[in-house]
Design a protein around this ligand. Structure first.
Ligand SMILES: Nc1ncnc2c1ncn2[C@@H]1O[C@H](COP(=O)(O)OP(=O)(O)OP(=O)(O)O)[C@@H](O)[C@H]1O
Length: 252
């Protein structure tokens, strides 16, 4: 399959500090790619560049063959790139359905809002179904559990019909059950989307990841299967900074 995303020679320098340093990354259509790395490795900065929040110092970000560098955030969303943030963006006083509806309208130009109501409703109904939030559609988002809120945010992205989803630590702070449901949700979303997930949780990675890219000090340290990454001594050393036997899922 053709690459959905091709990052080439990407560097981001903040006041002389190289947060991202010559990163090449290719993600094919339909992949569920995990991005890991210790604090400060450059994961969020990389996502910020892909979504137009940060402008790179050098390099290209080709999405479906088109360079995203220099495009504004909303333009990138409309081209089909959606992301979640570490902080929540749901409106607590609006219902689950209203939040989805609002998110669905964001992608479209203002003039088309009235005209394409039907399409919006379809997207909202599908998102309610996929995220398993159908029974909570009429409840205010403020009453949702932490996990349900995360699923709502993923649902909000889905209403925008993205081709590529970028998720920043989707299972952080979740219970075991919620993690499991999120893993299933991601697996199902990845059936017809390309998904990149930043995630630290090794147990989660072991269960749901196939391809993993490890970033360290702004560079790609290694890319491979969960097993390859787990067994790589460099990963053991730099990513976890622990003894090998404790590291990357070889414990427990
Ligand atoms: N706007 C900025 N100005 C200056 N330095 C920045 C800026 N944004 C990020 N950095 C620095 O760039 C480096 C990479 O940060 P980034 O947030 O991308 O790492 P990360 O891998 O996402 O880490 P974490 O897992 O802690 O979120 C860090 O050292 C950070 O302090």
């Amino acid at each position: 399959m053709s690459p959905m995303l091709e990052v080439r020679g990407l560097s981001v320098v903040f006041d002389g500090f190289r947060a991202v340093d010559g990163v090449d990354l290719t993600v094919r259509e339909g992949e569920l790619r995990f991005l890991i790395g210790p604090n400060g490795a450059g994961k969020t900065t990389l996502i910020d560049v892909i979504t137009g929040l940060t402008r790179p110092t050098t390099g290209e970000v080709l999405f479906d063959g088109r360079d995203l560098v220099g495009l504004r955030e909303h333009r990138i969303v409309r081209l089909g790139v959606g992301r979640t943030f570490q902080t929540s963006v749901v409106f607590e006083e609006l219902t689950v359905e209203e939040n989805l509806d609002l998110a669905a309208s964001f992608r479209r130009p203002l003039w088309s809002l009235a005209r394409r109501r039907r399409g919006t409703s379809d997207a909202v109904a599908e998102a309610l179904e996929t995220t398993g939030l159908k029974d909570l559609a009429g409840r205010p988002a403020g009453v949702l559990s932490h996990g349900q809120r995360q699923w709502l945010e993923i649902g909000m992205l889905l209403t925008q019909r993205p081709k590529l989803l970028l998720l920043d630590e989707p299972v952080a702070g979740m219970s075991k059950d919620e993690r499991e449901r999120t893993g299933e949700l991601l697996t199902s979303v990845a059936r017809d989307h390309t998904v990149i997930v930043i995630e630290h949780d090794m147990e989660f990675l072991r269960r749901y990841a196939s391809q993993v890219t490890v970033l360290h000090e702004g560079r790609v340290l290694i890319e491979g299967s969960v097993d390859q990454v787990r067994d790589d001594p460099r990963v053991q050393e730099v990513y976890l900074g622990r003894r090998r036997s404790d590291a990357v899922g070889t414990g427990t």
